[in-house]
Ligand binder design. Structure first.
Ligand SMILES: Cc1cc2nc3c(=O)[nH]c(=O)nc-3n(C[C@H](O)[C@H](O)[C@H](O)COP(=O)(O)OP(=O)(O)OC[C@H]3O[C@@H](n4cnc5c(N)ncnc54)[C@H](O)[C@@H]3O)c2cc1C
Ligand code: FES
Length: 258
């Protein structure tokens, strides 16, 4: 049975929250809000571009679903200019992150990967540690929101304008190698949640393997249909072809073959 719906939602706001970054809020009913899981996404119809564009659910509460996105091309540029009216969207799609874990969550996010993991952090039982890397200070989003949730935050920027200078994976590895278990509670084992550019994810997977830490990653493949029909988002998972949109986008780290 199909669990998603294709309908037009009222736009509540579409605001620039940083240079080139926008938060879009659409009105949603109680049933959809209850059904939305962290890690799921919507395929948005944007006038003037051929295919729908996927955006992760950034939050879902108080009658609103929000999306956080970066303007990178034609579709997101047009989207950023739509301020009122209706927006057609297909969702909520995909499997989402598992939430029922007694372990201590470590989220590793790079760039707009932060969009899906805020909703995740807000729903996990245990407060954990966010490792968040971006190009520069101006590209770091949502830090106050994570602080409000009570999460510990480690940031890195490539230009050194805030936090650790370099890649966030270097900060994570350094901390783990120094034998400083990145844990707020020594009794709890860590569980990784990862979302970001492929190069960052590959580096995290290597660290996870070396340190024997389990986890989940949300993959971002180019998507055309979003519902498993076009085969355009195929990835190798544990030796088998899987569709990122329908079988994912969240997979076990140890099963992903880049
Ligand atoms: C499941 C999923 C969830 C996503 N969630 C978010 C989100 O919450 N926030 C956000 O900012 N972005 C997210 N993305 C990426 C977003 O869909 C693309 O940035 C967007 O579709 C680009 O559309 P465009 O027309 O502006 O750019 P295009 O003109 O189509 O492309 C411009 C540039 O963006 C790159 N690009 C296009 N599609 C993707 C993609 N799927 N992944 C990575 N790079 C892409 C292209 O290679 C090109 O360099 C998500 C992608 C997926 C698959
Ligand atoms: S986007 Fe069509 S099968 Fe995944």
């Amino acid at each position: 049975m199909k669990k998603y719906c294709d309908k037009t939602y009222k736009i509540i706001s579409n605001t620039e929250i940083g240079q080139g970054y926008f938060e879009l809020k659409i009105q949603a009913g109680a049933a959809l809000l209850r059904a939305c899981k962290p890690g799921q996404f919507f395929m948005l119809t944007i006038p003037g571009v051929f295919l729908r564009r996927p955006l992760s659910v950034h939050d879902a509460k108080d009658g609103e679903i929000s999306f956080l996105y970066k303007v990178v091309g034609k579709g997101t540029k047009i989207l950023s200019r739509i301020k009122t009216g209706g927006l057609s969207a297909l969702g909520a799609l995909g499997n989402g992150y598992p939430l029922d874990t007694p372990l201590l969550p470590i989220i590793v996010a790079g760039g707009t990967g932060i969009a899906s993991v805020y909703f995740l952090a807000s729903k996990l039982k245990n407060k954990g540690i966010l490792y968040y890397g971006a190009r520069s200070k101006k590209d770091l989003l949502c830090l106050d929101k994570f602080k409000k949730l009570g999460w510990k935050i480690v940031v890195s920027t490539e230009d050194g304008s805030k936090g650790f200078k370099g890649y966030i994976t270097d900060a994570l590895e350094k901390q783990l190698t120094a034998n400083k278990e990145p844990s707020r509670d020594a009794k709890l084992k860590n569980l990784l949640f990862v979302c970001g550019p492929n190069a960052m994810m590959k580096a995290v997977f290597k660290i996870a393997k070396e340190k024997n830490i389990k986890g989940f990653a949300s993959l971002e493949e180019k998507m055309a249909c979003g519902i498993g029909n076009c085969q355009g988002c195929a990835v190798k998972i544990n030796g088998q072809n899987k569709m990122t949109c329908k079988d994912g986008p969240v997979f076990k780290i140890e099963d992903i073959e880049f």
